[in-house]
Design a binder for this molecule. Sequence first.
Ligand code: PAF
Length: 293
Amino acid sequence: MTVLTKPEVIDTIDELRSRLCLKRQNIASTGAEARVVLVPTMGALHDGHRALVRRAVALGEIVVVSIFVNPLQFGVNEDLDTYPRTLDADVTALAEEGATFVFAPTAREMYPDGASSTRVTAGAIGGLYEGAARPGHFDGMLTVVNKLFNIVEPDLAVFGQKDAQQVFLVERMIADLNLRVSLEVVPTVRETSGLALSSRNHNLDEPARAAARSLSAGLAAAASAALKGVPAAIVAAHAVIGAQTLVKLDYLVVVHPHTYLPVADDYRGPARMLVAAVVGSTRLIDNISLDIP
Ligand code: PAF
């Protein structure tokens, strides 16, 4: 029988820094590399998160998974209070995946002066798509990610492609602020139906779950139709998603992968289609890479 080593669960910044320092020194003293890999999460871990942690374990010797439901990235009418918090189950899952440390701070530990403190701003792209629907969301996200980078000082950080705009903005922040961390992006994990895994999927009842599958199906239809150009890809996705009455589409857009601005109808080259919708009462996002010849 394999005995799993539970990761150490740490809730203060000072403790995490000193445990990390010791761990790095211990490994380095054996002559081995001691790369620190951070996986930032908000907990309620599912197989998508587990794939991020598995990648982190493959890339480094010390894996820190942060679990923090960051109040700064939730708007006033959003689900901060009801966001699922499942720390015990998360720690068990992380033991199975081989994480070294779980950093699970309180809001007071992360923001001792409250929300009125310094922010990182996401710029113009941070106000589009998810940022238009959730004003301030990306400033809050970048602020906490920057804090986590400063606290953990990772060599690498692992993010999921499911949150494509988030990945783009974190990449921009790393470049713009000359941060010393490399980004590893892991493909979206999907149910066999195609539905992208999300902590919010548990809010979907069966009819909403069935309707939600149209997002990934619409994206797949767009990827096939992309051979005929951008407008054809958009029409194909609309045809699939629009057929579902439970799906209230927020945006469906084809963006340039380097700028995240919408591409022109006659654009040719690599692109990404982003979609967001409220399904039942749950907001879901998804995306797919398109190749427009
Ligand atoms: O993707 C998430 O879960 C969050 O936005 C993140 C990166 C953990 C920051 O709070």
